[in-house]
Design a protein around this ligand. Structure first.
Ligand code: SF4
Length: 486
């Protein structure tokens, strides 16, 4: 298979949206940080990166130290710098946001991470070998973080990835405009250099046998992600393109993509926004996002909604597709019906009620659906549960990941990949379930594009309200008030 990085690199339309900060811009931005003592930005970060500390290191020119501070909390710092909803998290909590512009934490983090990734600088060395082996199934963010954290602690880890390249959502499922493939693959290489053996083209249930893994490894971690996009259950559905495949194609072979003249995207989440962006940027004349609720209920982040409106994408809210019309395999139109919103449904959102006689035809020659993802069938086959909550297994089990999840109790602590990225970190729904199979604990974590939308109550545990008083002020020589981190 072609390396997706090379192909996408030639697609300027989907090139990274924001340019990197220059050294001068980074220095100026870092100097604006108040280095708050109680740093609400750090509390708001799901991986609790010490943000004032890494920014301080940028301001003193210590970029390696800055990157190390980031990676100590989050091995996927380069990805998170680009795709984390910082407006909702760290930057949203920055004390400067109330009256001025918040610190560009994401872009500063990217600046520090790019410094070491572009130079292939390794910040960690594996600890002395501990001898207990671990199999990680799934090379997405959860699997990579888990593998990297365990490798740092000296455990031999083999990571099995069903695709040609590891990285999961980062490599294949996030539009290149937000995260180029190179960034995701650089992180995979960093994990590999920590000593993790990555075996691609290996899928559990296909050419990977669980019993065999149990006999070979002391423990197994499963980070297999979510499943396919569910069916809409409408006539002509076979002509509708899966949104995740649409994004993947834009990253793997953008130049070979067939883009419709009039594209309809069903859904209003972040994946749907990515699909609409791809269609618009790769040449569609009109792109219409079709959503059966109103803009108040759409799951896309507000900043992404603002972005896609600026791209010229149209919206058809309170609209439900009922049929896709096609002739000789070519899509002609999407028949829709207007809906009104009734009482709350099982999801807690107003239930759409079709309005009789309001059917209409939406002109479209390409229809893409991005309406969420199903539970992976593999999980139910193994008898694991996949609930709606983030942390169905609870703190105790998550903290015990490297102990109880492993057959022979690997004595590492809670700051494992599972804790950081499978349990509470970037775009993950957490460790959902665990089950003992023979003498091996299986633990399941899945990734989700909905991160940040449904943070469970009480998370983050130490989060505090943004203080009205910014922080303890001291006087700088010269009389100018400033805030110092003590
Ligand atoms: Fe964080 Fe305070 Fe700096 Fe904002 S000013 S980034 S809240 S330490």
């Amino acid at each position: 298979m072609q390396n997706p990085a090379r192909v996408t690199g030639n697609s300027e339309a989907l090139g990274e949206l924001l340019p990197p900060l220059t050294a001068n811009e980074a220095a100026v931005e870092a100097a604006r940080c108040l280095m708050c003592f109680d740093a609400p930005c750090t509390h708001a970060c799901p991986t609790h990166i010490d943000i004032p500390k890494f920014i301080k290191k940028i301001s003193t020119g210590n970029l390696r130290g800055s990157a190390r501070t980031i990676l100590e909390s989050n091995l996927l710092g380069a990805t998170c710098a680009r795709v984390c909803p910082v407006q909702e998290l760290c930057e949203g909590a920055c004390v400067l946001g109330a009256e001025h512009k918040p610190i560009s934490i994401g872009r500063l983090q990217r600046y520090a991470m790019d410094h070491i990734n572009n130079r292939k600088i390794d910040m960690f060395r594996p600890a002395a070998p501990k001898g207990k082996s671990v199999a990680v199934i799934g090379g997405g963010p959860a699997g990579l973080s888990c593998a990297g954290e365990l490798a740092k602690r000296g455990y031999p880890v083999t990571l099995f990835e069903k695709r040609d390249f590891a990285g999961g959502l980062s490599t294949y499922g996030i539009i290149g405009l937000r995260e180029p493939v190179d960034v995701a693959l650089a992180e995979v290489e960093m994990i590999r250099r920590l000593g993790v053996q990555v075996e691609s083209g290996k899928e559990l249930g296909a050419n990977l046998d669980l019993a065999e893994l149990q006999s070979k490894f002391d423990s197994i971690f499963m980070g297999v992600g979510l499943g396919a996009t569910p069916d809409l259950g409408i006539a002509g559905e076979e002509h509708i393109i899966d949104g995740l495949q649409y994004i993947e194609q834009s990253k793997v072979s953008a130049r070979q993509m067939i883009i419709g003249r009039n594209v309809a995207v069903i859904g209003a989440g972040n994946t749907a926004i990515d699909c609409a962006t791809i269609a618009k940027r790769l040449g569609a004349e009109t792109v219409t996002m079709v959503y059966r609720r109103s803009e108040n209920e759409m799951t896309a982040y507000p900043h992404e909604y603002d972005f896609i409106k600026r791209e010229g994408v149209r919206f058809s809210f309170l609209t439900q597709p009922v049929r896709l019309l096609a002739e000789n395999g070519r899509v002609k139109a999407l028949e829709c019906v207007r809906v009104s919103l009734g009482g709350k449904d099982a999801s807690g959102r107003p239930a759409p009620q079709p309005v009789a006689g309001s059917n209409f035809m939406l002109e479209a020659d390409q229809v893409v659906k991005a309406i969420g993802q199903q539970k992976p069938s593999l999980i139910s086959k193994l008898g694991l549960k996949n609930g709606q909550g983030f942390h169905s297994c609870g703190w105790k089990l998550r903290n015990q990941f490297a102990g109880s999840v492993c057959r022979r109790r690997l004595h590492t602590r809670a700051r494992s990949g599972l804790h950081r990225n499978g349990g509470a970190g970037w775009k993950t729904r957490g460790a959902r379930d665990s089950r003992k199979v023979g003498s091996t604990w299986l633990i399941y974590a899945s990734i989700s594009l909905e991160f940040g939308r449904r943070i469970p109550s009480g998370w983050p545990p130490r989060r505090q309200p943004i203080p009205e008083r910014r922080c303890t002020a001291r006087s700088k020589p010269g009389g100018e008030a400033w805030c110092g981190r003590r």
